[in-house]
Write a protein that binds this ligand. Structure first.
Ligand code: F6R
Length: 612
């Protein structure tokens, strides 16, 4: 959701900014733009509605001269997608140009004040108040030096409410880029004689592995060979550069048609790496998480809080937590949790799951849990992401960069890590060790089982080509199969735009079955021997009403009754979603391909939802 890129160095900024924007495309956007300041101090801005490709073909693109610049992909929040509303934005005197990710909540009040002070506005965006307010505040400074500009920016930020990652470029200080953030992501890449700014690491990974992380309300003043940091009150502070070991090939397509397919196929590796050394000598090993037996014994409730796919990973693990630990475990959507006045106190353990670590609702829920005294654990894929800076403990899924908007390898890695955490807690409590031991054995075997599924994709591909024109689909299952059904249904709707719902199989009769007719596909998940006969007969019921059926199972099923029975390896019910989701991911992928859609960048969706 909105991507930011910046460059100060010794090369032409334009191409580097375009490359960065192309890498940020996956976040979702509807318009894009770049600003540079030329060696003779001329500010140039080129922006348009549409794709980066349109920007590259923009008739003014060659006007972007200079070795310092900023770029932006916009995902409209205030004001329709249009050239006027695209970033970068400027103040009325063209002294400051700004790109912004986030939402300025009090922009209407500020705009009103500025209009009364004689300022003119051209866009409907919240962002446009920022350069104008800096301009307004600079007039109160003694001069237009770097120090005064920085102070005017600080005073401006003090007046802003909401969230922002901001890059500010000005012909008044042509060799400098000033950046700041509050609750929106922004990192600084450090090179030799050049420095970079970005919303995320993969966008600039081809240039550097060394990054500075900016905390909330901090400022960085960047030139080609220096990065200076200031805290909220503009006192100079030191920051350590961090080396991030991801390599560029991990963020490239490597011969796959799309990132999503590549990421689906990476799952044996991402699962192996997430397990890593966390299973050692028959025990779990979580050096980053140490909670005493006494503290754990006081815990009487566990929350798993997340959004979207990450929340589905939580649902897949709910029963496991309850059965292993004997503690009530509630899985909550973060955007609900934060407003529902939840029953959370110092006896509550709250686990926050987020691939990006930047989801606004999940972070807000984390803050609420902390305020109420809960012990908090973040499970995330992105090193040093916002969530890691606020949680008491952080555990990383080592899935590698996930570029496709539709989450795949992060989901399976999240279930693996949630499972290891549950076993670890049960070891600390000396509870249900037999089940824990069985699961540890199963975890080790999972990557090769996933490989087995990935070596048999043709049946799914063929079934997708048979049903891609259908208009509705229903995913059904019981218990963990229902959790996997929710995820399969989300995958299908987000990348194929086919209406899709997931139901606990027993619920079908209580209403939804009225919708079953010829153009409906039903996907039944059947991996639990206890509930298998029930769910099978639920699928048969809909078959008799004209639907086409795909059954994903590891049970013995009469193949002749269904359009496709896809068999997955045996696995414990608690871990079954890790396997059953793979054919569902592939099903969604191939339907989307059959429909000729953009699999990696589905319409209206952003990779990380950094606003409410
Ligand atoms: C779906 C998807 C989203 C995310 C959700 C949370 O494929 O990717 O539903 O799971 O936006 O994002 P994170 O995990 O980054 O907090």
């Amino acid at each position: 959701m909105c991507g930011i890129i910046g460059y100060v160095g010794n090369k032409e900024a334009k191409q580097i900014l375009i490359n960065g924007l192309l890498r940020l495309e996956y976040r979702g956007y509807d318009s894009a733009g770049i600003a540079t300041v030329s060696p003779d101090n001329v500010l140039n801005i080129v922006k348009n509605k549409g794709r980066i490709k349109d920007l590259m073909e923009n008739k003014n693109i060659d006007s972007l001269k200079g070795t310092v610049g900023i770029g932006h992909t916009r995902w409209a929040t205030h004001g329709i997608p249009s050239e006027t509303n695209s970033h970068p934005h400027v103040d009325q005197d063209k002294l400051f140009t700004v790109v912004h990710n986030g939402i300025i909540e009090n922009y209407a009040l500020l705009k009103d004040m500025l209009i009364k002070a004689g300022y003119n506005f051209y866009s409907q965006t919240d962002t446009e108040v920022v350069p104008n307010l800096i301009n307004y505040n600079l007039k109160k400074e003694k001069d237009q030096s770097l120090e005064s500009v920085l102070h005017a920016i600080k005073v401006t930020c003090d007046e802003l409410e909401g969230s922002y990652a901001l890059e500010i470029l000005s012909p008044l200080i042509p060799n400098y880029l000033i950046v700041t953030r509050r609750n929106s992501p922004l990192i600084i890449g450090s090179g030799h004689g050049e420095n970079y700014v970005s919303s995320d690491i993969p966008a600039i990974l081809s240039y550097t592995n060394n990054f500075y992380l900016l905390d909330n309300n901090e400022y960085a003043v960047i030139t080609n060979n220096s990065v200076e940091f200031y805290n909220e009150s503009l006192t100079k502070i030191e920051k350590e550069v961090r080396n991030i070991a991801w390599d560029m090939s991990a963020a490239e397509k490597e011969g796959f048609d799309d990132y999503m397919l590549k990421e689906i196929f990476e799952q044996p590796k991402s699962i192996r790496e997430t397990i890593g050394s966390r299973l050692l000598n028959g025990k779990t090993n979580l050096p980053d998480f140490e909670i005493s037996e006494e503290k754990l014994k006081e815990i009487n409730k566990i929350y798993i809080i997340a959004c979207g796919t990450a929340m589905h990973a939580g649902l897949a693990c709910k029963r496991l937590y309850e059965h292993l630990l004997g503690i009530e475990t509630v899985v909550e959507v973060a955007s609900e949790f934060r407003y529902k006045d939840p029953l959370v106190d110092d006896k509550t353990l709250c686990i926050f799951v987020s691939q990006s670590g930047e989801t606004a609702d999940t972070i807000a829920a984390l803050r609420l849990a902390k305020e109420n005294g809960a012990t908090t654990i973040a499970i995330t894929n992105v090193i040093s992401s916002s969530i890691t800076r606020e949680a008491d403990y952080t555990l990383y899924t080592h899935a590698g960069p996930e570029i496709a908007v539709a989450s795949t390898k992060a989901y399976t890695a999240q279930i693996i890590l949630l499972t290891i955490l549950a076993i670890n807690l049960s070891e600390t409590l000396h509870m249900n060790l037999v089940l824990g031991t069985q699961l540890k054995q199963e975890l080790v075997e999972i990557p090769s089982k996933v490989e087995k599924i990935l070596s048999n994709i043709e049946p799914i591909k063929n079934f997708a080509s048979e049903v891609y024109k259908e208009t509705d689909s229903f995913f059904i299952g019981r218990l963990e199969d229902y959790a996997a059904a929710l995820e399969g249904s989300l995958k299908l709707k987000e990348i194929s735009y086919i209406h899709s719902e997931a139901y606990p199989a027993g619920e079908l009769k209580h209403g939804p079955i009225a919708l079953i007719e010829d153009n409906v596909t039903i996907i039944g998940l059947i991996t639990n021997p206890l509930t298998a006969p029930k769910t099978l007969s639920n699928v048969e019921e809909v078959l008799t009403r004209g639907a086409k059926a795909l059954v994903i199972t590891n049970q013995i099923v009469d193949q002749s009754k269904f359009d496709l029975v896809y068999t997955i390896p045996e696995i414990s019910e608690y871990l079954s979603p890790v396997l059953s989701v793979i054919p569902l991911q592939l099903f969604a992928y191939y339907i989307s391909k059959e429909k000729g859609l953009d699999v990696d960048k589905p319409r209206n969706l952003a990779k990380s939802v950094t606003v409410e």
